[in-house]
Design a protein around this ligand. Structure first.
Ligand code: KG4
Ligand code: ZN
Length: 328
């Protein structure tokens, strides 16, 4: 079963062909991040127009790379939500039209579920697991019992983990997306941590996250120590990793599962994957971290998630559009 995946929920236009939810045949991506950098973040209207221009060339690129024709595709999976409405519209409309013309099924995929399936590329995912989804728009802890059987057990009350890094980066004069910039700058800090930023707790909801206070604290720190940018970057990264790991540990105490997963753009962070790997070793759980290229938005994860939705008989109906918001 060869599925073409299409992703257009934010600023990346991506296409990929994945066989049976596991084997990546080809992938391509065009990002409007450079254009968005001019505005200091993603401007929805700009993203939508860039998708409209990029979607066909990206699909043609993966087909050429795979040495395949449109007729060789068995289905088309697309991110149906959540995301930027105008951006999603481009992918969903394109996918429905293409599937219809090919007489193949179209499958609508949840963007966060898709992030989890970045872990499916190369080898099938194993259950039950606990998964941390950390991106620019979402921070969720998921109890992943099986395909199509997941429960969100913790989520952010305000900013997402990636958003906290992006905002902090902006305060430090670094370009968007800020996560990788913070990681790079933090590596240049001295061996001993110079500062500590606070990790918030959500009272009454121990598995929930809150990152909004971190922005104010970072702002103060930058003002007090304008020449210690690397130290501030490091403190910010440490605070985010610590906040995430605290809840992973609490969740594991409640759900001692054999598999720990991480997904989403922030999963590309080395400090986070190290912290998770060392925790997994400590408790005897297998830690799964997707390759860096599959952590951020991509279409391989969409095609993989689409395969399991297809198996469950889920189809994107002709009259359906983007779903945003869409609860996992
Ligand atoms: O999953 P993603 O590509 O898009 C969303 O669905 O949001 O995640 C983007 C987020 C951004 O906030 C970006 O700063 C962050 O992932 N990110 C990182 C790293 N690479 C990307 N954060 C920390 N360390 C990284 N290496
Ligand atoms: Zn994403």
């Amino acid at each position: 079963m060869r599925i073409l995946g299409i992703e257009s929920s934010c600023d990346d236009t991506a296409a990929a062909i994945v066989e049976d939810g596991v084997r990546l045949i080809a992938e391509a991506k065009l990002s409007s991040a450079l254009i968005q950098q001019r505005y200091g973040g993603v401007v929805p209207e700009v993203a939508a127009r860039e998708h409209a221009m990029a979607v066909l060339p990206v699909v043609e690129t993966v087909l050429a790379e795979a040495g395949m024709q449109l007729a060789d595709l068995d289905a088309v999976a697309v991110t149906q939500g959540p995301g930027l409405l105008g951006a999603l519209l481009v992918g969903v409309t394109f996918a429905k039209a293409l599937a219809r013309a090919l007489h193949r099924p179209a499958i609508g995929v949840h963007h966060l579920e898709a992030h989890l399936y970045a872990n499916s590329i190369g080898h099938p995912v194993e259950f039950p697991g606990l998964a941390l989804i950390v991106s620019g728009g979402h921070t969720s802890l998921v109890w992943w019992r099986g395909h199509g059987d997941l429960e969100v057990i913790g989520a952010t009350r305000d900013d997402a983990a990636g958003e906290a890094l992006d905002k902090g980066a902006r305060l430090l004069g670094l370009p968007y997306p800020g996560g990788p910039e913070i990681e790079r700058l933090a590596l240049t800090a001295g061996p001993e941590p110079a500062f500590r930023l606070p990790v918030a707790r959500v009272t009454g909801a121990p598995l929930d996250f809150s990152f909004s206070g971190l922005k104010t604290a970072t702002e103060d720190l930058v003002r007090q120590h304008p020449d210690a940018r690397a130290g501030v970057a490091r403190a910010l990264q440490e605070a985010v990793v610590e906040a995430l790991m605290k809840n992973v540990k609490r969740a594991y105490a409640l759900y001692p599962v054999p598999h720990l997963y991480v997904a989403g753009g922030v999963a590309a962070n080395q400090r986070l994957s190290e912290a998770l790997t060392s925790f997994g070793r400590e408790v005897g759980a297998t830690v799964h971290v997707p390759p860096v290229a599959l952590c951020t938005d991509n279409a391989a994860m969409v095609a993989a998630a689409g395969y399991y939705r297809w198996q469950r008989g889920e189809r994107l109906q002709p009259g359906e559009g983007p779903k945003t918001p869409w609860q996992l």
